[in-house]
Design a protein. Structure first.
Length: 338
């Protein structure tokens, strides 16, 4: 059996990226990841994620030479070209999984230029090195935020997504347009993954589930925006990673691929229900600080996952109650060792 291509993962020290690196290594692949350890949140968290990858490799007897971390920025085209030139010189087959981005709807409103620079210019650098060095297959992260205030539910990949309501969403829609252009002009295979509110162990501390869990556990008030009826399709990390790995397998096995897939749980939870679920898992009542709805927030997200099911066998299994219980168990184990 031929050896699977090396995966070049951008943002591999982050929440989703570190879990993905582990999954790819378990498949027998080599993984090269680039991360700039941006101070958007404490870089020490990402460094712990990298240590977790290395610990997993040691525990499972995986050759440490199969994982390489490059500390750098996807906006550094010269650095990217040097990495891919080296891989080409060694005749190393490569699949790119591009996750690196400035994340978050609300922060993007405060610093739109930075989001454009990283998420659009940085992504173009990734596509450019793929074109220049003959990398055929690129899987990249999009976002459910591209659906904006879509009133039709569940959200389908066929829906119009021409009205993003935040700079972050705009950059993700731009990535999808750019991906099609590179597919059309240069025959790059492209799969874009619209992630729906991913949560689980290692989730960023600024995201709602992690933030709410910590505040409730500490007896502090949680910021509760709106009337609690906004709905999200919360997707557990293991299900997301399953979808990414299956997308990688699909793109490597097929020619002339251009796809966009929703990766969600296809089940919605209101903000009020989310808080109640966290309360139940912690065994602590929440203190509520009621605030107005925030600009850029959408009223609901809800993934139609029939396309991903049909084409890649995507089959999420983790409902919110089980996922929150797993997250709270991880949170408590992390707090105990700090």
């Amino acid at each position: 059996m031929s050896r699977k291509p090396t995966c070049f993962v951008t943002g591999g020290a982050g929440f989703i990226g570190s879990h993905l690196c582990e999954a790819l290594l378990r498949e027998g692949r080599s993984v090269i990841t680039i991360d700039n350890f941006n101070p958007f949140y404490d870089p020490a968290i990402k460094r712990r994620n990298v240590e977790a990858i290395k610990t997993m490799m040691g525990d499972e007897g995986i050759d440490p030479s199969r994982f390489e971390l490059v500390e750098g920025d996807i906006r550094d085209l010269e650095l990217l070209e040097s990495i891919f030139a080296g891989l080409k010189e060694q005749n190393t087959p490569v699949t790119i999984v591009h996750l690196a981005a400035m994340a978050g709807v609300r922060p993007s409103i405060e610093n739109a230029r930075l989001y454009t620079d990283v998420n659009i210019n940085g992504t173009q650098n990734i596509f450019e090195v793929a074109k220049k060095f003959g990398v055929r297959d690129v899987v990249y992260a999009s976002s459910s935020s591209v659906y904006g205030e879509n009133e039709k539910v569940p959200f389908s990949e066929e829906d119009l997504v021409d009205h993003p309501i935040s700079p972050y969403a705009m950059t993700k829609k731009s990535n999808e347009l750019m991906a099609y252009t590179y597919h059309h002009l240069y025959a790059l295979n492209m799969i874009g993954l619209r992630f729906f509110t991913v949560y689980g162990p290692r989730q960023r501390p600024d995201l709602a589930i992690h933030k709410f869990t910590k505040l409730i556990d500490n007896g502090e008030a949680i910021p509760f925006y709106g009337d609690g009826t906004t709905r999200r399709d919360y997707t557990y990390i293991d299900d997301i990673i399953d979808g990414v790995v299956k997308s990688v397998a699909h793109i490597e096995a097929n020619a002339k691929v251009y796809e966009v897939f929703n990766l969600g749980e296809s089940h919605t939870t209101t903000l009020k229900q989310l808080v109640e679920t966290i309360e139940a898992a912690l065994g602590v009542d929440a203190q509520i600080n009621r605030l107005p709805s925030q600009p850029g927030d959408v009223p609901q997200t809800f993934a139609d996952i029939s396309r991903a099911k049909a084409l890649i066998g995507y089959a999420p299994t983790t409902l919110i109650e089980e996922g929150i219980a797993k997250f709270v168990a991880w949170y408590r184990s992390e707090e105990a060792v700090r």
